[in-house]
Write a protein that binds this ligand. Structure first.
Ligand SMILES: Cc1ncc(COP(=O)(O)O)c(C=O)c1O
Length: 398
């Protein structure tokens, strides 16, 4: 491997030079079917012509204005993104560059909302065990997985974790005297594709409303159509009505491969940030905004979203139908799929890459926890590409 990079990641032995649709090509001219979307980023695949055109067009016009000013593309993108998230209760937004940054902004909003209304001491953010919220010191504190807490303390204070699905623990943790916000992924990604139960989300939404605790959904991996609805929490109900959030965070797929993040706020949270409270040099970058407009125009369409659900169901049904002895469980929503297997996932990922050398066609899949394979294919994948990828996966499981 190349020594120019810090050794902070396991990297598989492949170097890509380009891509087309759901295919990537390596330096040896071998091809790979992408069932990973760069971990839920390349939602429209690679080299998607309208995305390329929008990025190039914007680069030729203007690639940055600082936050003293505004630019037309970013305003257009922000308006369309807020409109797309309006069914979830969103009113306005702040544009960032990444998921961790969007979540940091969300936590700042929850703390200031609570401080202004109730005074000091009500600053705790509750998150879930198995969650993943980013790699900054504060977002590591928010992440409810001990494996990420080694070596980097002391962490930002004021985060507590409860097990997902544990309604009793939720009731207890959401203390109106000490808690400012609850931050949750409707479908946990990094810890193995785990959708929250309807009862858990309904209770969370009810208690947050009753106790004036901000309900914040981290939709960084599961949002933007990935689960078959524009936002994953839209599939949940509270008191017979669709759940409304106070804060939503987005990143990853937001600009189809160009770095972008967003924190969106509903009625309660929309006016919390005042001048000087928050900012980011690159947040709202015009090229990211131009790319984001293409993602929104393509994805936020009922027929397109229905196709994501259909394709996801097709993949999950096919894998279940194998009755393969290595497959323990298949779960997911839309094109966000976890497969528990009887062995470590990493060697399967290695074999999926090595297959390109042997048969000129590799498969890009992900892991999520030790024995879980994670599939996050681009939304534009065709039925025949799904079938081809599944054939390879079955072969790899032996
Ligand atoms: C649910 C969730 N939140 C936050 C993050 C952090 O996003 P970023 O890597 O853009 O900071 C991730 C990244 O995997 C994620 O899956």
């Amino acid at each position: 491997m190349n020594d120019v990079f810090m050794h902070n990641s396991h990297r598989l032995p492949v170097t890509f030079t380009g891509g087309e649709g759901v295919w990537l090509f390596d330096t040896n001219g071998k091809k790979y079917l992408d069932f990973s979307s760069g971990i839920a980023v390349n939602c429209l695949g690679h080299n998607y012509p309208p995305l390329v055109k929008a990025i190039a067009g914007q680069a030729a016009k203007c690639n940055h204005v600082c936050n003293y000013y505004q630019n037309d593309t970013t305003i257009n993108f922000a308006q369309q993104l807020v409109a797309a998230c309006a069914p979830g209760g969103m009113k306005n937004l702040f544009l960032a560059n990444s998921g961790a940054e969007a979540n940091e902004a969300a936590c700042k909003i929850a703390r200031k909302y609570s401080l202004k209304k109730y005074g000091p001491g009500r600053h705790t953010i509750v998150t879930l065990r198995g969650s993943f919220h980013g790699r900054t010191i504060t977002m590591l504190a928010a992440t409810g997985q001990d494996q990420f807490h080694k070596n980097f303390g002391p962490f930002t204070e004021g985060f507590t974790y409860i097990p997902g699905g544990d309604i009793e623990a939720l009731e207890k943790a959401l203390d109106a005297k000490t808690v400012a916000g609850l931050l949750i992924e409707a479908v946990q990604g990094e810890s193995g594709i785990r959708p929250q139960s309807p009862e858990f989300i309904e209770t969370a939404a009810r208690l947050c409303a009753e106790r004036d605790i901000l309900l914040m959904f981290d939709e960084i991996q599961c949002g933007l159509g990935r689960t078959g609805t524009f936002l994953a929490f839209e599939q949940y109900r509270c008191g017979g009505k669709p759940v409304k959030a106070d804060v939503v965070t987005l990143a990853k797929s937001l600009a189809g491969g160009i770095p972008a993040g967003a924190v969106l706020a509903g009625e309660k949270a929309a006016d919390v940030f005042e001048v000087g409270d928050h900012n980011s040099t690159f947040g709202g970058n015009p090229i990211a905004a131009a790319a984001g407009l293409v993602v929104l125009e393509t994805v936020n369409n009922p027929a397109f979203l229905a196709e994501i659900s259909r394709k996801g169901e097709k993949i999950m049904a096919a894998i279940r139908d194998w009755h393969h002895p290595a497959v323990r469980e298949v779960r997911g929503r839309g094109l966000m799929i976890g497969i528990d297997i009887d062995r470590s996932a990493w060697p399967v990922l290695e074999a999926a890459i090595a297959r390109a050398g042997e048969k000129n066609c590799g498969l890009l899949i992900l892991s999520a926890s030790e024995k879980t394979l994670r599939l996050l294919p681009p939304y534009i994948i065709s039925d025949s590409e799904i079938e081809q990828g599944l054939e390879i996966l079955k072969e790899l499981l032996g």
